[in-house]
Write a new protein. Structure first.
Length: 229
């Protein structure tokens, strides 16, 4: 984590708690902090370069997100997100399945073009390039969700996406599995382009539940908090 600055892109000061919240959220999601680790406020405040008041505001908001819990001895500890992982996949399948249905009804030609370009680029990316694969995967799902024109679906997707998708997730796939998931993206894009909401919904749910099943097949599945796609 980096010391917090007090300005945002538009030049206006940003509340210190908001920047702290973002940094701590990503640190927990990326497993920079181990599950159940007790968070020492004085150490965090010093690392982030802020006082304990904005830090406590950030921690309180992380508790609402379910990323930290109140420790029995006081203060906060990092949540063990493994317990909620598979429920998160089921919820995401429901949200994005319905989202794909709406996207088929509301998508623009420009969004269809972006989906096609995303799939084409994904087909050329090497399995070893985890960062670009992760970025392309997130982009594909963001385009679909954005095409719903539904603020509630977009908000729900954003919250769950942040808990699942990281560069580290890309280690779960063999070349065969990687190509299979790209083909599934291609089929989803085709269903949306044909404006067939039923098929788009079914394909998206199957796609995400396959990702959940892939995680379950790992010998060390209970030692990770993330899945792929």
């Amino acid at each position: 984590m980096q010391p917090i600055t007090d300005a945002v892109g538009n030049g206006r000061p940003e509340p210190a708690w908001r920047n702290a919240y973002r940094q701590l959220r990503m640190a927990i999601i990326n497993r920079e902090f181990a599950p159940r680790l007790r968070l020492i406020e004085t150490d965090l405040a010093q690392t982030l370069g802020i006082s304990r008041t904005p830090l406590r505001e950030a921690l309180a908001r992380l508790e609402v997100d379910g990323l930290v819990t109140t420790a029995k001895s006081g203060g906060y500890a990092v949540s063990d997100m493994r317990e909620d992982l598979f429920d998160a996949y089921d919820l995401r399948a429901a949200i994005e399945g319905y989202g794909a249905r709406l996207a088929a009804e509301r998508v623009t030609d420009g969004e269809i073009k972006r989906l096609r370009e995303n799939v084409a680029i994904s087909q050329r990316v090497a399995l070893s390039d985890r960062h670009q694969r992760a970025q392309l995967n997130i982009e594909f799902h963001e385009i679909v969700v954005s095409a719903t024109r539904s603020p509630k679906i977009i908000h729900s997707f954003t919250n769950i996406r942040d808990l699942i998708l990281t560069d580290e997730d890309m280690t779960l796939h063999s070349e065969e599995a990687h190509q299979r998931f790209i083909r599934e993206h291609d089929l989803i894009a085709s269903a949306i382009e044909m404006r067939d909401g039923d098929i788009a919904d079914r394909l998206m749910r199957k796609h995400l539940l396959s990702a959940r099943d892939l995680l379950l097949q790992r010998p060390d599945a209970d030692n990770t908090n993330s899945g792929e796609y």
